[in-house]
Design a protein around this ligand. Structure first.
Ligand SMILES: *Cc1c(COP(=O)(O)O)cnc(C)c1O
Length: 425
């Protein structure tokens, strides 16, 4: 349906919701309430809502623990011994990877460091990391501390590509130029899949091609991309990637994160920080002194899996498996296009949309700025909160609204825009 077919009426929006083939999935989530109504929750980019299946998933493991204790490793309903493997196929599907290329473990920040232990191997001739300026703080801190850890100088060896596009976006031309200029001394290129502040999507495959052509290793932070974009990690050729699962993946606060190691490294003898759960599965319990990694991403695990923390991820990925990423992406594109259209047609005098208009360059998230400046932006943000419209604020002046296809409705988008209009008067 072309974009001009959108209408800014409740009747139209509700008809879209009624015809939405994914509409039943909303009932699988707990929607927070505000003054007797469901909130209009646009914050799935930050913390996804709780799937109703999570409680039973955790309860089942608590029951096994109380009834079987250590025996649950082998005799539980889902034997704990292999628990991380239960999320593997669904997670691989979501990120477009082969099953043995992904593992659920640790947190995003920890995985970023662990991956850099193996994939940031600086030398005197090639010491640098290339990243974006304005990256999420943890990424900036992690990369800078890695450069220092190896005895290099971040002021010279941490290369930050400055945004050159409208609203602080970063053009592919700027990335290409930076790789052409610095690539010969870059050990690692680390970029996001979706920029957290602007919502801009990066073309992973092109970045990998440009980076590899210059002899650089290429990795991605997919925190805002996973469960949001149609990813094809294996095909992209990326050396590694990391992501968290509490944003679009709805796995709960601080949930177990993910990592991808490309198949071409599955059997590689790479330096790594090792732990017993990364040891070859078949001989792990011989308890020998010499580490032999399990092939694939599993070989980067340190510890036995946190069962109570993985249970929600498992329940959440089950929802994704049933909905299907292609279907979710199709709805997401149209839902975000609707919010974008509403804002552009009704609030153009008041708001700027920072996120690129091109559907290929954005996911669910729209980042908006109030033209009147930061203070007005804060005031609008608080006005929305008081009306039960939940987005989030990112300094210095961005309000992020992310309609997500699993639980947001066309009527939510209209409601958000009406709430903004009630502020503009
Ligand atoms: C959300 C996010 C993080 C958060 O890291 P944690 O280790 O999960 O606390 C890091 N980087 C990016 C780009 C993010 O979007």
């Amino acid at each position: 349906m072309p974009m001009t077919a959108f209408e800014a009426t409740r009747t139209w929006a509700e008809a879209q919701d009624a015809a939405d083939p994914l509409r039943a999935f909303r009932d699988e989530f707990h929607i927070p309430r505000h003054e007797g109504h469901d909130t209009l929750y646009f914050c799935g980019n930050s913390l996804g809502l709780q799937p109703k299946g999570v409680r039973a998933a955790i309860q089942a493991e608590l029951d096994d623990w109380s009834e079987l204790a250590v025996e649950a490793h082998f005799r539980g309903r889902s034997p704990w011994m292999h628990y991380h493997e239960y999320v593997r196929d669904a997670m691989a599907e979501v990120v477009g990877a082969l099953p043995h290329e992904v593992v659920a473990m640790n947190s995003l920040g920890a995985n970023l460091h662990l991956m850099m232990v193996s994939f940031y191997r600086p030398t005197a001739e090639r010491p640098a990391i290339l990243m974006e300026a304005g990256a999420f703080p943890t990424d900036r801190y992690a990369l800078e501390s890695q450069v220092r850890f190896h005895g290099f100088d971040p002021s010279r060896d941490l290369i930050e590509v400055e945004p050159d596009g409208p609203g602080g976006t970063l053009s592919m031309a700027a990335i290409e130029h930076a790789i052409a200029e610095h690539g010969h001394r870059v050990a690692l290129i680390l970029l996001p899949g979706v920029q957290y502040r602007t919502g801009q999507v990066f073309d992973l495959q092109t970045i990998v091609r440009l980076g590899h052509a210059k002899g650089c290793t290429v990795g991605f932070d997919l925190a805002h991309a996973v469960g949001n974009l149609p990813l094809a990690l294996h095909e992209s050729g990326a050396d590694f990637a990391v992501w968290c699962t509490y944003k679009y993946l709805n796995a709960g606060p601080g949930a177990v994160a993910g990592a991808f190691v490309h198949d071409r490294h599955a059997h590689a003898d790479l330096p790594r920080f090792a732990g017993w759960w990364g040891h070859d599965k078949d001989t792990r319990f011989q308890m020998g002194p010499h580490f032999v990694p399990t092939p694939g991403a599993d070989g980067w695990q340190l510890s036995n899996p946190p069962i109570l923390a993985l249970a929600p991820l498992r329940a959440s990925l089950d929802v994704f498996a049933r909905a299907g990423m292609p279907q979710l992406v199709e709805k997401s594109r149209r839902l975000t296009a609707y919010l974008d259209w509403l804002i552009r047609t009704r609030l153009d005098a008041v708001l700027d949309i920072v996120t690129p208009n091109d559907p290929a360059q954005r996911g669910a998230q729209l980042s908006i700025r109030v033209r009147a400046g930061r203070e007005a932006g804060r005031a609008l943000f608080e006005h929305l909160e008081q009306r039960g419209v939940i987005g989030d604020w990112r300094e210095p002046d961005v309000i992020r609204l992310s309609p997500t296809p699993l639980y947001n409705r066309y009527a939510d988008c209209l409601g958000a825009v009406e709430a903004i209009e009630s502020w503009t008067g």
